[in-house]
Ligand binder design. Structure first.
Ligand code: SF4
Length: 322
């Protein structure tokens, strides 16, 4: 189903090792990660194929590609790490399709990145068995995991996967690793955006992961096999954010929209606005060098440098291969 694995002798091999669908330098806020070195840049790439089959996939030309000629850029892990370092990227991200499907390549790239002093980010659906999960997340400094809905029916009918293993992955990352975790839910009108489902989801996050895990609600646009559903109205994102905050979550964001209130970070102790964002741009940053609130000294969950980066909202394609 994934198109990129095959039996070779007695081994299961990855046919896309070392080949990428393209490299881009992005703002870290685009992954999205709002509490992992804000304002920094991240060298992002994916390969082809996926272990899910989401009908609403927004990257379906990559994740559903059977054509290896999409994989234009051939690059070794060492070359990727060196390119990240040379371009001033704080991290590299395995993204666009699910890195679980190219785990061997991602893990080798992660080792090369760490040798070069570059951090690693996984953008993933979190649908992975327990044994490879240990190895995979031991190599990641941060992850944004899609929690695509909160019913088994949605998962099975719309993604071909199951809800329970994804919840297990979230609990594993949160409680058994040093990997920084944020969660994204793409809200699809009429499919996963009811008050009841959002209430159940955000209660579960608060109870099982804690109130400090940032949650991003992002807007769907019609794509792939789901072209009969209208784009997500901004009001739906704001409604979801209010439900999450009412259930105690401290950092709930709206994404893919201009929404200064829903895109900003507030001190959970005194309410001061600490990071003002407009989409991927940071307009104001008021954390001290230890990542604490300037006004009251309260701590903010996440990984922060001495100051915010200044990469902005650019997207810079780069060629890395020979
Ligand atoms: S997990 Fe992501 S890349 Fe894979 S099919 Fe679903 S939306 Fe597409």
């Amino acid at each position: 189903m994934c198109f990129v694995r095959q039996r070779s002798g007695d081994a299961m091999v990855l046919t896309t090792y070392g080949r990428s669908s393209g490299f881009c330098i992005d703002p870290i806020e685009k992954k999205p990660l709002n509490h992992f070195f804000p304002g920094s840049s991240v060298l992002s790439f994916g390969t082809a194929g996926c272990n899910l089959a989401c009908k609403f996939c927004q990257n379906w030309d990559i994740s559903k590609s059977r054509e290896m000629d999409r994989l234009m850029d051939v690059a070794s892990p060492a070359r990727i790490a060196a390119a990240a370092k040379a371009n001033g990227c704080r991290s590299i991200a395995f993204t666009y399709n699910d890195p679980v499907i190219f785990a061997e390549y991602a893990l080798d790239c992660a080792a090369a990145a760490h040798t070069a002093g570059v951090k690693t980010v996984a953008v993933t659906a979190g649908y992975i068995h327990a044994q490879p999960r240990r190895e995979f997340y031991a190599a990641m400094d941060a992850a944004n995991v899609d929690l695509k809905g909160f019913t088994e029916e949605f998962y099975f009918k719309q993604t071909g996967a199951h809800l329970a293993p994804v919840l297990e992955t979230l609990e594993y990352i949160c409680h058994a690793t040093a990997c920084w975790l944020e969660i994204t839910t793409l809200l699809i009108p009429g499919h996963n955006d009811s008050d009841a489902e959002l209430d159940a989801m955000t209660r579960w996050i608060a109870a099982h992961l804690g109130v400090d895990v940032p949650l991003h609600f992002t807007a769907f646009h019609p794509d792939y096999k789901m072209t009969d559903v209208a784009p997500t109205p901004p009001a739906t994102l704001q409604r979801a954010r209010h439900i999450g905050r009412a259930n105690g979550l401290r950092y709930v964001y709206t994404g893919n929209v201009h929404d200064a209130e829903g895109g900003s970070t507030y001190c959970p102790a005194c309410g001061t606005t600490l990071i003002v964002r407009d989409w991927y741009r940071i307009l104001d940053y008021d954390l001290d060098a230890q990542g604490r609130c300037h006004a009251c000294g309260g701590g903010i969950a996440g990984r922060f440098g001495a100051a915010a980066g200044s990469f902005g909202r650019r997207r810079i394609p780069v060629r890395i291969g020979a």
